[in-house]
Design a binder for this molecule. Structure first.
Ligand code: GAP
Length: 451
């Protein structure tokens, strides 16, 4: 098993097997923008669903919300995004490329890619200037004063402006949380590394409102919870770490931030951020909207809650999980590429394969099993080509189990179950296949690639 996975291998597999395509390809492509194919959609759905299960469905103290993408422009003034959501930008007058001033070390010169911008005599760099990352749009038919709006750069603000609604209607009392999943948009100067930094991504954020004197406790609690979620869904311990920001690195709203980092092929980088946002957001929105945003207890106790925020994008999780799962090995003198994904993350849970695709009896049995399993699970039927090739196709998309209907099935109504990771095969009654699958999905799973 190899551990040196490159981003190119992940991009190539994702494209070859229809997880992710470069967007607008027939028009020449649009840099760093991607479309998701069938397996990509299934995998994203699983990640979103498992996040929602952990953050909302399995808890009594968190509710969901789905706010608009285009909010009142004053939201972004209050939040500090209009004034401060900027990156320092530098242009090169020679190669016409644009760079982040704080990331020159990670960028390549447009004329000589082996050099960094500014390192060759031909480089002619401008002074850094602030560039706001929010996408602007106009609301309504006229481009007039007052019609300027923004696509949200984070889902969090849609939660803060609904704090009062949730407090009153869902009758909540701190500590409680509001969770949201949805697209966010950032006009990144240097997007790249596949899905790692894109301009349009699906964020999953949860704002946990707590009494101020409990903020530190909940901040630590959420770091642990989120780290354990990644471990549970198979990311290896050796590839995960928590890095606490120093005061100079923190965002304007933060009283403490820790990144859960993953050891991506580009090096240790932020997978998810957990921040103690203090009372910054509620105080700002209260001031700008002149609406009181505070908790008032039955005994008259009154305070502005502090907020602990775990925030991540499905894209960063997807890259981490694909990288962690990607493996190549030689089995019986043949190479196979296998995605060792957690069974609940894998786009297809089981394949149903008649050993001989031309056998009407095997096809009938296999199709009947497929019809039964598809009602509850993401399963795939395949009778096309040699059985070895069909197994390899499933290995490449990470399908953990394959049920094969063979000669013996016709005699005693049993099927074999092949395990993607161990390649072990066991024989079970076809009538028990659904229960077998449901039990297998609930078993603890650890990456066979180690810790
Ligand atoms: N509400 C806080 C917030 O948005 P952030 O650190 O800017 O904080 C949170 O973003 C998470 O969103 C990051 O940890 C990352 O998982 C994801 N994210 C941010 N920018 C992204 C981008 N351009 N492409 C993909 N994911 C991104």
């Amino acid at each position: 098993m190899s551990d040196d996975v490159t981003m190119d291998q992940i991009v190539s597999l994702s494209r070859r097997r229809g997880f992710v395509f470069p967007s607008s390809e027939i028009y020449g492509g649009m840099g760093s923008t991607f479309d998701y194919g069938h397996y990509g959609v299934l995998m994203k759905n699983n990640i979103r669903e498992l996040w929602f299960e952990a953050m909302v469905r399995n808890r009594d103290d968190i509710v969901a919300i789905d706010s608009a993408v285009i909010l009142h422009p004053k939201v972004w003034e209050a939040s500090g995004h209009v004034a401060g959501f900027t990156d320092p930008l530098i242009d090169c007058r020679t190669c016409k490329l644009r760079f982040r001033a704080d990331k020159l070390e990670d960028s390549s010169c447009g004329l000589r890619p082996s050099k960094h911008p500014g390192e060759t005599p031909e480089c002619d760099l401008t002074e850094p200037r602030r560039f706001n990352l929010m996408f602007e749009t106009t609301v309504g038919a006229l481009q007039e004063e007052g019609s300027r709006a923004f696509l949200r750069p984070e889902t969090a603000q849609g939660i803060f402006i609904n704090f009062k609604n949730v407090l009153q209607i869902a009758r909540r009392k701190p500590p409680f949380g509001i969770a949201q999943v949805g697209k966010s948009f950032r006009n990144e100067i240097t997007p790249g590394n596949f899905l790692f930094r894109v301009r349009e991504f699906e964020q999953m954020e949860m704002e946990f409102f707590v009494p101020p004197d409990e903020a530190e406790k909940w901040y630590r609690y959420w770091i642990d919870e989120r780290l354990n979620w990644y471990r549970h869904y198979g990311l290896r311990d050796s590839k995960l770490r928590v890095r606490e920001h120093g005061p100079e690195e923190r965002s304007h709203y933060s009283r403490g931030t820790s990144d859960i980092e993953y050891d991506y092929p580009i090096g240790w980088s932020e997978l998810e951020g957990i921040a103690n946002r203090g009372d910054f957001d509620l105080t700002q929105h209260a001031e700008h909207s002149t609406t009181k945003l505070e908790y008032v207890g039955q005994d008259g106790e009154r305070y502005v809650p502090y907020v602990i925020e775990p925030a991540v994008s499905i894209e960063r999780i997807m890259v981490a999980m694909l990288v962690d799962a990607y493996d190549e090995e030689v089995v019986g003198e043949r190479e196979r590429t296998v995605l060792r994904l957690h069974p609940k993350i894998a786009p297809v849970t089981a394949a149903i394969l008649p050993l001989i695709g031309k056998s009407d009896e095997m096809v009938a049995k296999a199709r009947s099993l497929y019809e039964d399993l598809r009602r509850r699970h993401s399963v795939e039927y395949d009778d096309n080509g040699a059985i070895g090739r069909r197994y390899r196709r499933q290995d490449e998309i990470g399908t953990p189990w394959a049920f094969t209907v063979d000669e013996q099935t016709l005699e005693d109504d049993t099927v074999t179950v092949r395990d993607r990771d161990s390649l072990a095969q066991e024989r079970i009654p076809i009538a028990g296949a659904r229960d077998w699958l449901e039990d297998a999905l609930e078993r603890d799973w650890k990456s066979p690639r180690g810790n």
